[in-house]
Write a protein that binds this ligand. Sequence first.
Ligand SMILES: *[C@@H]1O[C@H](CO)[C@@H](O)[C@H](O)[C@H]1NC(C)=O
Ligand SMILES: *[C@@H]1O[C@H](CO)[C@@H](O)[C@H](O)[C@H]1NC(C)=O
Ligand SMILES: *[C@@H]1O[C@H](CO)[C@@H](O)[C@H](O)[C@H]1NC(C)=O
Ligand SMILES: *[C@@H]1O[C@H](CO)[C@@H](O)[C@H](O)[C@H]1NC(C)=O
Length: 397
Amino acid sequence: MLFVKTIFLASAFYAATIRGTPVASTSYPIPTIITPYNNTWPEYDTGDIHNSKFDVHDVLDFGILKDYNNEYSLDRDGGGSCSLANQTFWFFCDTIVSQYGEFVGFLSNSVALALDYNHAGWLRDISASSTYGVFTAIPYTDGEQALAKDIFNRIAIWTYTNCVPINDTSAVHFWEVVQFIDGGDPVDQGTTMAVYNLDPDKNELSITREDQYAYSGEQYAYGLFANVVVEGIAYLYALDVTYSSRQDVHLACAPVSQITDKSSWKYFDAESGEWSSTQPSPSERNASAAVISNSMPFSSGNIYYSEYHNQYLLIFFNNWIDNTFRVLSAPTPVGPWTTDNKVLYEAPQGKSYNYGAQSTPIYYQTDGGRAGKDLMLAYTYQDVGSKYPKAMKLKFA
Ligand SMILES: *[C@@H]1O[C@H](CO)[C@@H](O)[C@H](O)[C@H]1NC(C)=O
Ligand SMILES: *[C@@H]1O[C@H](CO)[C@@H](O)[C@H](O)[C@H]1NC(C)=O
Ligand SMILES: *[C@@H]1O[C@H](CO)[C@@H](O)[C@H](O)[C@H]1NC(C)=O
Ligand SMILES: *[C@@H]1O[C@H](CO)[C@@H](O)[C@H](O)[C@H]1NC(C)=O
């Protein structure tokens, strides 16, 4: 028995060595909070689409998305969710930690767990909490770490969408790496792929970045805008930020089981309808190759299959500074996507600008109900001097 175990460990070590040493990795304990969801997604039905008017029955406002038991108070923004092994994580971007008005720490990202799907505003903080400590959720490389505390030249790692589930306990999540130069605006450095592994027996989350950048700032950042997994294939959506001012959405795909191996990826040309193994290297706008291109600047969003609508929905904010949730839809992940967006809900506006739209149907996939009829919505609400995510539930009519 011992002999067998040794062989197994040796081969696991060998596999890890030939794949190269991760540029950054970490693992930390997580609370034992279980929020089961039904991830036996209904099969996509090629029949008629339903409820295409996207009329909304009502929206319930849960207020601040936060840990009401954390002794620290947090000011934070952005982020996206990730559901693994009956737990739903929320990752956030810049997080300022304080206690009784005194500064405790600053993180470029933090992570929390959904506490109770019936109270969509309730979280249990992990990486910015009086219980678990103050540490960044996504590991820095040594070079990035050296700059983390230099407020004028810091490196930040930010996301504005959900993860791509690989299996019950693993996912990849795309994050943008930016650097501030001499206190100026953040400059995009590229996109990093964080691989999550949850060990439900040990209650431990491991996060690894196997390459520093999955693609440079000059390439389309596939998976950074949105993703959807259909029958073992991950569809990864990128905004053309540089040449289309965030209007064109380009698409790549990969088998989820091989998603960390970029040689398995294919890139879609909407004009020919063909997938190619050659990654585009954009030097000008290429609207005809995009799956969505309709004169609308996107900021953040999510794509998922709604059984209730029998369609893929893209729920998004259409400007960086926005608080109005909108929807586009398509019968397949590739399209054809609708070109006229429909307003779903104008969320409360703070005294300063709002941004960071997120949504997930997973909170309401627990009761055998039709997936996609109810959505958990989140966005960054910003008042004078403070910003924080807010949570809501939207029910379609
Ligand atoms: C999630 O919960 C269900 C029942 O609540 C259980 O059958 C399943 O094994 C759990 N999955 C994981 C990965 O823990
Ligand atoms: C899930 O995927 C990860 C990453 O590919 C792999 O290491 C792990 O063994 C898989 N787990 C299961 C239960 O299939
Ligand atoms: C547009 O994209 C397609 C597909 O990637 C590519 O074949 C074509 O050369 C691109 N055109 C321009 C002008 O970049
Ligand atoms: C999970 O979803 C499937 C497909 O919609 C459904 O048949 C099943 O009843 C659901 N299970 C639970 C526990 O909600």
